[in-house]
Design a protein around this ligand. Structure first.
Ligand code: NAD
Length: 466
């Protein structure tokens, strides 16, 4: 290999993925990401991309998921813009040395943590919020001074294309290449050496990513999914509760990692819950969600069939209308659902909302704790004691009481899973920390040698007697 990197002849023999990683590594090694000015310039340029090319992103998401213009702005753009602004304002604080407590012997030493870039990060995105879940980690990678290879999901065909076209126009294209493709291309990428892999997607592929990462001892962040439970306490205002749940569940046609997956409630309120959900669905999406601009579509026919098959052995409360040619499934509620029903065997990731009657909080807690740790636990109750109890007696990536989805937008909270719902967290400063190495630094002076006498052999009794 030539001193400045691989020769042209070698580059032509390398795969597209290898070339992108190799170029990103060479760019990183120039050291140009180290100055904060460079990172801020890149982020401002990304911000300009979002402003100038929002229409292209909206069009792509309309084609991929039937997202409305406002839905795209709300769920895919504003959050990323907010993150960029936050980084621009806070980066110098986050990147500065962080002094730590010293012990008596080191009182005149400098002791601090110096965040430093990791190197080349691989970002693998999912298709459900294909812009946000790919670009938001990229903001963190840029902020922390890393190079990043961006791999959008191939399932969101149009968004992947728009990302591939736009990012090189606004960002340092050697440092932040976009590599498109499906499973074989992602697997080829995963053979390369990275300094961190940030993966968003399902838990099965999460294991594939982690196994590949182990070959190079590469650390991973896994933003996965799972079945997030939603407990409704009988003393709730059910109109407000069900409106908030319907919004959380049926936004993006249920294809949201933090959508409430299923409801747990007392059998005595089940029928009222159904009625209030029905009213909310009508309020949001009219009597005919199919022709409503704000109601999405299932991403493709494979997922359409998967979701339709989940309904088979449960009782329909309302919804269920569908049209395979349009990948349309109406907002659907299933009642008296048994724990063994098909819809309860895996993350639904579609517009089906099963209700599982439970006769007490204890039964709800047992139900939750017998299953994998979810990405979110939703609790609806006016009783702070009950909320505290449920938080204390369960585990999940995050908790949100009396609302849905909105914790995602609080950048001071870490966002991530635990156990089967993932590892590592991001958003705001957590993204910066996650994608930095926290380097412990101890700087001594060469003076004050007297205090070291005791540690040098010979360890005589006289020396120890102080
Ligand atoms: P997907 O099919 O787009 O896959 C995600 C990425 O993995 C893609 O880039 C794809 O190319 C790659 N991939 C797929 N199969 C692979 C394989 N066998 N080997 C290597 N790479 C492979 O998305 P998905 O997994 O269907 O996404 C939905 C899941 O993501 C849900 O479980 C959802 O809950 C979860 N999700 C989590 C978050 C979060 O922030 N925690 C956000 C969005 C989605």
């Amino acid at each position: 290999m030539a001193a400045g990197g691989p020769s042209r002849a070698l580059l032509t023999r390398m795969s597209r993925q290898q070339v992108a990683v190799e170029r990103a590594r060479r760019a990183f090694l120039t050291g140009r990401t180290r100055p904060l000015d460079y990172r801020i310039r890149q982020l401002k340029s990304l911000q300009r991309c979002l402003e100038e090319r929002q229409a292209d992103i909206v069009t792509a998401l309309k084609k991929d998921l039937h997202k409305s213009e406002q839905g795209t702005a709300l769920f895919e753009i504003y959050g990323v813009q907010g993150e960029i602004l936050l980084v621009i304002n806070k980066l110098s604080d986050w990147a500065a040395p962080r002094p730590v407590e010293k012990n008596l012997l080191g009182i005149s030493d400098q002791v601090y943590i110096q965040p430093e870039p990791l190197g080349v990060v691989l970002i693998i995105g999912a298709w459900n919020y294909p812009w946000a879940v790919t670009i938001q980690p990229l903001v963190g990678a840029i902020a922390a001074g890393n190079a990043a290879v961006v791999k959008p999901s191939e399932v969101g065909v149009h968004t992947a294309k728009v990302m591939e076209d736009l990012l090189p126009l606004y960002l340092d294209k050697e440092m932040y290449p976009v590599v498109t493709g499906g499973v074989p291309e992602t697997q080829e990428l995963l053979k390369q050496r990275f300094d961190h892999i940030f993966y968003t997607g399902n838990s099965t592929v999460g294991k594939v990513v982690m196994e590949a990462a182990s070959c190079h001892l590469t650390p991973v962040t896994l933003e996965l999914g799972g079945k997030s439970p939603c407990y409704i306490d009988s003393s709730c205002d059910l109109t407000i509760t069900c409106r908030r749940i319907a919004w959380g569940k049926f936004s993006n046609c249920g294809q949201t990692c933090i959508a409430p997956d299923y409801i747990l409630c007392d059998p005595a309120i089940q029928d009222r819950v159904v009625e209030e959900l029905r009213k909310a669905v009508k309020e949001f999406y009219t009597d005919d969600p199919r022709s409503c601009v704000d109601y999405g579509r299932i991403i493709n026919q494979r997922h359409f069939k998967r979701i339709m098959a989940m309904m088979e052995d449960s009782t329909l409360a309302f919804g269920g209308e569908n049209d395979e040619s349009q990948c349309y499934i109406a907002p659907t509620v299933l009642k008296d659902v048994k724990p063994g029903a098909k819809v309860m065997q895996e993350e639904i990731f579609g517009p089906l909302l099963p209700i599982i009657p439970v006769s007490s909080v204890d039964e709800a807690l047992r139900f939750i704790n017998e299953r994998e740790k979810p990405l979110v636990l939703y609790i609806f109750s006016p009783d702070p004691k009950l909320i505290k109890r449920m938080v204390a007696e369960t585990s999940s990536g995050g908790v949100l009481a009396n609302d849905c989805l909105v914790h995602f937008s609080v950048s001071t909270l870490p966002f991530g899973g635990v156990g089967n719902s993932g590892m590592g967290a991001y958003h705001g400063k957590y993204s910066f920390d996650q994608l930095s190495h926290m380097r412990g630094c101890l700087i001594k002076s060469l003076s004050m040698e007297g205090v070291n006498k005791m540690r040098y052999p010979p360890h005589t009794a006289k020396k120890m007697d102080w």
